[in-house]
Design a protein around this ligand. Structure first.
Ligand SMILES: *Cc1c(COP(=O)(O)O)cnc(C)c1O
Length: 361
């Protein structure tokens, strides 16, 4: 009777996901949460209306096959439906990918530091993370990643732009890399921040790799489309892989509301693109301001900037917090700060300048 429940040993290796803290409410101080790369704009009225209508049917299960959204995506992307799989955000799809490819002890290669969900989904499956350090410019070191391949390698994750540092992988680099990766290893191109990319050296992955059966492209409605709270994303892959991802999806995972909101958001793409353009303009302004203050930053193509603060990271996060800004601190490494409303961006520039001045004297 006193026995404890048997839990898988692999769970001991699962790191806890640290969500961005909510902004602490302080009297007389407007606070901004710039720790989770969320879209600062409220939902479009048209999307809200569709969500409200869909909510009327929440006594019913969603469409298991996610038919209408898959068709809308196929049309927008110019892809056959069979090559699309949906999931509860790209994080859900990452879990589906690992479940479809990895047995315990199999290896998944990715850069580090990169997206915090990677070590979690890998460890849950009992697979093994092989983390390859970013290069001195906080970019993927694809040569080192290719060199890390072993007979146990099943998946390689390429995060472009890289969360939390910001740089993109260039198409020329990715082409050369893919030429060296054996065809039985799945290469995942995680494009969560694709819509914010303006560097034309970044790949047009869907077009460039349509002919490579071992490439899967991951996209999400959470960032540019502003649907982080609804949990919906998709993968584009060759048919056997897409089919495997549909098999490993949580049944009924993508809600009716999320499916409807995603379809409405695709239809409202132009309106959303204006918001993305405004955020990119703010990114350019913030990066310019920080550079003039003397910061040396990796080249971000996403909706965030990475301040490589090293040992000063926690002190910076505390100073930001004091001023009403919640940033994402990685102790000993740096702080990731989301480009948000102009007031928050101004405040970030302010805090960063004061921090530089305080450190200089
Ligand atoms: C935010 C993010 C995602 C998206 O996650 P969702 O589950 O779709 O909300 C995926 N990959 C990276 C690198 C991210 O930063």
């Amino acid at each position: 009777m006193s026995q404890t429940v048997h839990l898988r040993e692999a769970l001991a290796a699962v790191p806890a996901y640290k969500p961005g803290k909510p902004a602490v409410v302080r009297e007389g101080l407007t606070t901004y949460k710039i720790s989770s790369n969320e879209n600062p704009y409220p939902p479009l009225p048209g999307v809200l209306k569709v969500v409200a209508d869909a909510a009327r049917e929440m006594n019913r299960y969603p469409d298991l096959a996610v038919t209408a959204l898959t068709e809308a995506l196929a049309e927008r992307l110019g892809m056959p439906r069979e090559r699309i799989a949906t999931g509860t955000g790209s994080v859900g799809l990452l879990g589906q990918i690992i479940a479809a490819t990895c047995d315990p002890g199999d290896e998944v290669i990715y850069s580090w530091r990169s997206f915090e969900a990677y070590p979690i989904v890998v460890a849950i499956a009992g697979a093994v993370s092989v983390q390859v350090p970013l290069d001195v410019n906080a970019r993927h070191d694809l040569v080192a990643m290719a060199a890390a391949i072993t007979p146990r390698t099943r998946v390689i994750l390429v995060c472009t732009p890289n969360n939390p540092t910001g740089p993109v992988v260039h198409q020329s680099e990715l082409d050369a890399f893919l030429d060296t990766v054996p065809g039985d290893i799945l290469v995942v191109i995680d494009e969560a921040y694709l819509e914010f990319v303006t560097d034309d050296r970044a790949p047009d992955s869907l077009a460039a790799y349509a002919g490579r059966p071992n490439v899967v492209v991951l996209r999400t409605f959470s960032k540019a489309y502003g649907l982080a709270g609804l949990r919906v994303g998709y993968a584009v892959a060759h048919e056997p892989v897409a089919q495997a991802l549909r098999k490993t999806a949580v049944p009924f995972g993508v809600s009716t509301i999320a499916q409807a909101a995603a379809i409405a958001s695709l239809a409202a793409f132009d309106e959303l693109q204006e918001r993305v353009d405004a955020l990119v303009a703010e990114r350019v302004r913030v990066v310019g301001g920080l550079c003039r203050q003397g910061w040396h930053l990796p080249e971000t193509q996403a909706n965030f900037v990475w301040l490589p603060l090293g040992a000063d990271t926690l002190a910076f996060a505390a100073a930001a917090d004091e001023a009403g800004l919640v940033v994402r601190a990685f102790p000993g490494e740096g702080a990731r700060c989301t480009i948000a409303e102009a007031e928050a961006n101004d405040l970030l520039l302010h805090v960063a300048r004061d921090f530089v001045v305080a450190r200089t004297f």
